[in-house]
Design a protein around this ligand. Structure first.
Ligand SMILES: CC(C)(COP(=O)(O)OP(=O)(O)OC[C@H]1O[C@@H](n2cnc3c(N)ncnc32)[C@H](O)[C@@H]1OP(=O)(O)O)[C@@H](O)C(=O)NCCC(=O)NCCS
Length: 214
């Protein structure tokens, strides 16, 4: 019997498993993955117990959304909500979280992550290895702040946006929903929804066109 399910048998699933073990030694973990080819295998010694049907059959077990891709994680979280399944938050013991910060359900704080005073994280947001989110930042659902990225004070990030490895966002900047900030970028101007920006200083390179244009 599992005490907690990690949803996703990829690299982020591995990080989640080790963070859970470090934070809660002895807890019984199961991995949920929708690829039947993975069922019966193990991830870091944890059994991959089945697809989302398995989670539905164990509705008392909370799910860690361990999918790095923001859109896929958002979709998984919407399904879990419809299915009445709870999301679990994972905070590695080496992460530093201000007592005045608010962390949404299903967030994942990797080793060395920092979340400072009165920052607010939406549901299913990832603060990855050694990334920092400073005071008064407001992050939406399913944001991913990649390893080593730094958000200065008062930054806003819309749902589903990726802040790439090592990027910097200067104080007070607002980045919209569904954006990608490239690795190593320095964002000094606001970014509208669904934009891809990179460079130093970061400039808009492209707009996502996920919907058919009229
Ligand atoms: C910005 C990004 C999304 C662009 O990806 P892409 O559309 O596939 O871009 P390409 O690789 O085709 O590169 C296009 C051009 O931009 C340049 N470029 C790409 N990413 C860049 C970056 N982060 N900074 C500066 N220049 C970059 C390339 O060198 C290339 O230049 P060229 O046309 O002169 O040869 C991607 O490079 C990136 O930085 N992703 C973030 C990854 C990340 O942090 N993931 C988190 C993992 S945990």
């Amino acid at each position: 019997m599992s005490d907690i399910f990690v949803f996703g048998a990829g690299g982020h699933g591995k990080v989640a498993i080790e963070a859970i073990r470090a934070a809660t030694p002895g807890i019984a973990i199961g991995v949920i993955d929708d690829n039947p080819a993975n069922w019966g295998k193990t991830l870091l010694g944890v059994p991959i117990v089945g697809g989302r049907h398995h989670a539905c059959a164990h509705p008392h077990v909370a799910l860690v959304p361990a999918i790095g891709d923001n859109r896929a994680r958002l979709a998984m979280m919407a399904w879990a909500s419809d299915a009445g399944l709870a999301l679990a938050t994972v905070i590695h013991p080496s992460a530093i979280v201000s007592p005045s910060a608010a962390i949404g359900a299903g967030c994942m704080l990797a080793p060395g992550a920092i979340v400072n005073a009165e920052a607010r994280l939406g549901r299913g947001t990832i603060i990855n290895t050694a990334a920092s989110v400073d005071h008064d930042c407001v992050l939406g659902d399913a944001v991913h702040v990649a390893p080593g990225a730094r958000l200065c004070g008062g930054v806003g990030i819309g749902a589903g946006s990726l802040i790439g490895v090592g990027a910097i966002v200067v104080p007070g900047i607002v980045i919209g929903r569904g954006c990608t900030v490239g690795a190593g970028a320095v964002v000094v101007r606001p970014v509208a929804d669904n934009m891809r920006v990179w460079g130093v200083p970061a400039v808009v390179r492209e707009e996502f066109r996920s919907c058919p244009q009229p």
